[in-house]
Design a protein around this ligand. Sequence first.
Ligand SMILES: [Zn+2]
Length: 290
Amino acid sequence: MRISTSLNVFDSGIARTEAVRRCAAAGFVSLDMNYWDYQKQLMQTSVNEEEAWAREIRDTADSCGVRFTQMHGPVHGTTFTDLDWDDSLESFERMLERSLRTAHILGVPWVVFHPANISKIGSGSRDEIIEFNARFYKKFVPILEETGVGIALENNCLNRLFFPSYFALPEDLIELIDTLNHPLIGACWDTGHGIIESVNQKEAIVALGKRLKATHIQDNNGKKDQHLLPYQGSIDWKEVVQALVAIGYEGDFTYETHNSVRNLPDEIRDAGLRYSYELGNYVLSLGKQP
Ligand SMILES: [Zn+2]
């Protein structure tokens, strides 16, 4: 398990090639590509242009000696009906397929997607929602097998106690993943979402076990999805790391901590990245403690 960061520590106005170089210079050898941040602009881009964009980023990563070990895929919206940008679920499906091909060019093994409610939060039974998600993600199995790229389904934080929603709890993810039952479909655990939803992180990680393929490591105050570095919130990091070690997790410890770096003036972001890299290695060392 290595410390990794999403490239979203730099706003999307900074070229991803420059973001790769600056993360590598700070010490990172594993990276996460933030496709979601480019979703709107990629909708106006041809497939050929997107391929060329991805190849340039991949070439830069190769020349810096870094690897993409995760990617955040496109997001449809809070539910499968309230779409953020697409005019239909079919157009989102085409975007999802494109993102998997781009992940393949980048050498990304796992792309993170959001399982979700079908329509309004609170409507539909748990069984219906899990079956809908299983049918939706099953459609992509042929392209997963063709490219070798996997899908990791992430726990959300829609405040399940106030708005009945699913996939905040590990048992919902487990049921969906086991229904899909494919080696290229697993889970992503977001620590910040976990604490907001009052989930015991250790129990969740242990329950996911070998299904866990990716992580979104971020801290917060337990109320807002703040995306901060470890110890800037209230998560017990030793418990998280030791649970990852206990299950033999083979992925990376991947920061989604943009608000601790991206909000800094650009002149000081590289120092912020070096600090976050050092901090991450300290957190990982807790895994070796008794
Ligand atoms: Zn996340």
